[in-house]
Design a binder for this molecule. Structure first.
Ligand code: HPA
Length: 285
């Protein structure tokens, strides 16, 4: 069986982080592909490269700088993951979600997950923001789970309810803030696949029938571990491209397109997330 981490490993990493920051974050934020500029808004930032934290996986993909930025953002003290790792990079799902466990043992109670995603819903356009209402765990249906292996009951339950993954109150708060700021916010179901291939047109038709509005290669394992650890989760996708649903179409999907779209999405996403954070006066409640 592949290596499983224990609470000692999470605490070892947490101790290194605590020794390098003045702050005690209560909120976590994961920045997806091309969205890392949001961390530039963090005040009094302490920056820790992932490579300097024991067991932390290091991203190998362009658009994922790979460092923790800890400080204040629009009020609350938060820990920002500037870049994440993905299963397709060769990491196990336990490695992919290691940072979420570290957040858990550090006392983080609320996790905001962002990602770049392909638009599956035919009404979506590149540049749209989508509030994640729910996800389709296709990677899990294929047999992959970050919770596979021995369960430590001090971290969370063996069998986990997933019917309320994306917190209802936080979704309402995101809608309210978007309306106040005049930011258009779509809403839908995120389908999580393993990647690294983009989808075939047949995959896209399958995903539409299954109820997906957006598709990507991250987020689902992180949301699972965050829920297992008792965190409240808010998820927002930046629609970086419209999924190609016709084998005869001229267009192709590319990572360059994803990063390019991130430049137009990141400033709006920053305003939305900072608006949400400014309203989270008591994230522990
Ligand atoms: N498919 C899967 N993942 C993605 C896409 C996509 O079209 N765009 C950004 N991440």
């Amino acid at each position: 069986m592949e290596r499983t981490f224990t609470i000692d490993d999470f605490n070892t990493a947490a101790d290194v982080i605590r020794a390098r920051t003045r702050h005690q974050p209560t909120i976590g934020l994961i920045l997806g592909s091309g969205l890392s500029s949001l961390a530039d808004h963090v005040e009094d930032a302490d920056v820790i490269p992932y490579a300097e934290i024991p067991h932390f996986p290091v991203s190998t993909v362009e658009g994922h700088p790979g460092r923790l930025v800890i400080g204040r953002l629009a009020g609350p003290t938060i820990m920002v993951m500037q870049g994440r790792v993905h299963y397709y990079e060769g990491y196990s799902l336990q490695q992919v979600t290691f940072p979420i466990r570290v957040m858990q043992v550090m006392g983080i109670k609320l996790l905001i997950i962002t990602n770049a995603a392909g638009g599956v819903n035919p009404t979506f356009r590149a540049g749209d923001l989508m509030l994640i209402k729910d996800h389709l765990n296709l990677i899990g249906m294929a047999g992959l789970s970050p919770l596979r292996g021995p369960n430590d009951p001090s971290l969370g339950p063996r069998f986990l309810d997933m019917s309320k993954t994306y917190d209802r109150e936080l979704r309402q708060l995101a809608r309210d803030v978007a309306r106040e700021l005049g930011i258009e916010l779509r809403e839908g179901v995120y389908a999580g696949l393993a990647g690294p291939t983009f989808e075939t047109p047949a995959d896209i038709h399958f995903l539409r029938v299954a109820g997906a509005d957006a598709v990507g290669m991250s987020t689902v394992p992180e949301a699972i571990v965050a829920r297992h650890g008792g965190m409240r989760v808010l998820g927002i996708s930046g629609i970086s491209n419209v999924a190609i649903d016709d084998p005869d179409a001229e267009s192709v999907a590319s990572h360059e397109e994803v990063l390019e779209a991130g430049k137009t999405i990141a400033p709006r996403l920053a305003r939305l997330i900072m608006g949400v954070l400014s309203r989270l006066s008591d994230p522990l409640g």
